[in-house]
Design a protein around this ligand. Structure first.
Ligand SMILES: [Zn+2]
Length: 73
């Protein structure tokens, strides 16, 4: 049995391992709909809690910050 687990996410607090997968993340925006595709996400094999890679969070944050900067003008 081969499980695709990733060292990226470490271990869940429940003790389970995270499985690597990729999802599409919609960003709620007032100007236009934005979807970040192929975002790396880990989902716990035991409790199904979700984590994201740090680089992914930075990417998402960058996109939303860009948006808020535009709105602030
Ligand atoms: Zn868990």
């Amino acid at each position: 049995m081969t499980e695709t687990t990733s060292v990226w996410y470490g271990r869940c607090p429940c003790g389970g391992a995270y499985r690597d997968r990729s999802i599409d993340v919609p960003i709620r925006s007032t100007t236009f709909p934005l979807v970040i595709t192929d975002v790396g996400q880990g989902s716990c094999l035991l409790c199904d809690s979700r984590v994201y890679k740090a680089s992914t969070l930075l990417m998402v944050e960058a996109s939303t910050t860009e948006e808020s900067l535009k709105l602030r003008r």
